[in-house]
Ligand binder design. Structure first.
Ligand code: GLN
Length: 487
């Protein structure tokens, strides 16, 4: 059975009973069995619950729901009732949430069948998926290379065809960057568009759920089911969700005609690998050929983004992760002699090195003597970075840029050099700091490794973003490629 069909086609075939939900679930479970030992994309598999659910769908459960019978995997940062939620950490290795995250609940309501929980950097801190307690994920395009992070398991699973779609979260690039490195389409919606309820917190003012799939059209279908107001998340925005799929289906060949696309000068400067740049230039030429008007823009505070983010995200993380104390849930050290020992050893043994580094940086920048110099300053530079985008979007409809400076790097290559790892995020952090929606769209290859094109839109303009990506995917086929050995 060929599963290289769009989600729209799969769902239509399921609804028409041309394929059974159980048959489709078994097909993907078999792919997971065959390939996941090599890739390590899943931390937990839920084959039996998935089969039971798919059987129930074949018997009429979720009939008429938008994604009835569609297999999916959730990043292991989303709480799932009854199935372990580890967040990639030893700290939560034994944690089974008593409830489903808002995103999980909505996607289940739309009729999806969860096959498992995807591997990720510990507490979503990383750009290579190497900080996971469960070992690194491998890039299906070349298993010596990283898949990107932190949602590396989700991106690699979709790239290898182990699931048609998967959820992810993006705090500073963790959907766009792994999507780019794995050659799949990924969307990070506007901050507030998707519920953070039950999504384990890393840096709450930045964390936002989104999804991966092969195409923009597939992402539209999944995002549709995920997006919307949730009163249980105080930063969720109460604003109607447009019909993304309808918008794509209804768009004519001239969708890009007259659209103004800005290329930020700062993203095409020193540091961008020449071969990747060529891929991006070719992609932009395609937009131009389809009628878009390309203009150069400037986002002058771009160079402040890495330092701003790596103050603010650790600050919020140090606060959010204070709850893991070995008392109520999560990892507890053996035989603590007193309370101090319980805290110290539970946290020392339960958290990995990168998480500990972030907690220390965060505690430092929030401390009484340094708050003004670091945290407060970073809040101000964050505002300047957002201001750049506000200004830029007065003149353009979309922004196009690279996602990363170069394609995937080798496993282990940057692991002992946190600064070089952090610099990997230069092109994704600014939009995160501004809370903007962004995508990565497959745009080509360099030495057999995928390159992604980043598209950014003004707040809540996901439909425009998806529409532009969809238009591009009508005349290119990068998103249809599958790595050798995973056909
Ligand atoms: N790579 C960034 C970090 O390590 C972003 C991670 C993310 O978006 N979750 O913090």
């Amino acid at each position: 059975m060929s599963d290289i069909r769009s989600i729209r086609e799969l769902v239509a075939d399921l609804a028409a009973r041309k394929i059974g939900a159980l048959e489709l679930t078994d097909h993907f479970l078999a792919r997971i069995d065959a390939h996941d030992t090599a890739l390590n994309t899943l931390i937990s598999r839920s084959a039996e619950p998935a089969r039971a659910r798919a059987g129930a769908i074949d018997n009429g459960e979720a009939a008429g729901a938008s994604l009835a019978g569609l297999p999916i995997a959730h990043k292991d940062i989303f709480c799932t009732q009854g199935v372990r939620t580890s967040c990639g950490s030893r700290m939560l290795d034994n944690f089974v949430a008593p409830y489903d995250a808002g995103v999980v609940e909505r996607l289940a309501g739309a009729g999806t069948v969860m096959l498992g929980k995807t591997n990720m950097d510990e507490f979503a801190m990383g750009s290579s998926n190497e900080t996971s307690f469960y070992g690194p994920v491998r890039n299906p395009w070349n298993t010596e290379y990283v898949p990107g992070g932190s949602s590396g398991g989700s991106a690699a699973a979709v790239a290898a065809g182990l699931v048609p779609a998967a959820t992810g979260t993006d705090t500073g690039g963790s959907i766009r960057q792994p999507a780019a490195l794995c050659g799949v389409t990924g969307i990070k919606p506007t901050y507030g568009r998707v519920s953070r309820y039950g999504m384990i917190a890393f840096a709450s003012s930045l964390d936002q759920g989104g999804c991966f799939a092969r195409s923009a059209e597939d992402c539209a279908a999944v995002l549709q089911a995920m997006a919307g107001f949730d009163a249980r998340d105080s930063t969720s925005v109460e604003r109607a969700v447009p019909d993304y799929s309808d918008a794509l289906a209804g768009q004519g060949d001239d969708f890009l005609k007259g659209m103004k696309i800005g290329l930020p000068r700062e993203y095409f400067a020193e540091g961008l690998d020449a071969a990747s740049r060529q891929v991006i230039d070719t992609a932009i030429a395609e937009f131009e050929a389809r009628g878009a008007e390309i203009v150069e823009i400037t986002l002058p505070h771009t160079d402040l983004a890495v330092s701003t983010y790596y103050v603010l995200a650790p600050a919020e993380a140090s606060s959010n992760l204070a709850r893991y104390d070995g008392v109520r849930y999560g990892y507890r050290c053996d035989d603590p002699v007193d309370l101090e020992d319980l805290y110290t050893r539970s946290r020392g043994e339960g958290f990995g090195r990168e998480v500990q580094r972030r907690i220390m940086i965060g505690a430092y920048v929030l401390s009484a003597g340094y708050y003004d110099a670091y945290y407060l300053k970073a809040q101000k530079t964050r505002r300047l970075i957002a201001g750049d985008f506000i200004q830029a979007f007065e003149g353009v409809d979309l922004i196009a840029a690279p996602v990363t400076q170069a394609p995937a790097f080798k496993l282990g290559e940057k692991l002992d050099d946190p600064v070089s790892m952090y610099l990997n995020d230069v092109y994704t952090l600014p939009a995160s700091l501004a809370g903007l929606p962004g995508m990565s769209v497959p745009a080509g290859f360099v030495d057999g490794l995928p390159v992604g094109l980043q598209l950014l839109a003004p707040w809540f303009e996901e439909a425009r973003l998806l529409g532009a990506a969809h238009a591009y995917q009508q005349s290119t086929d990068w998103h249809t490629k599958r790595p050798a050995g995973f056909e």
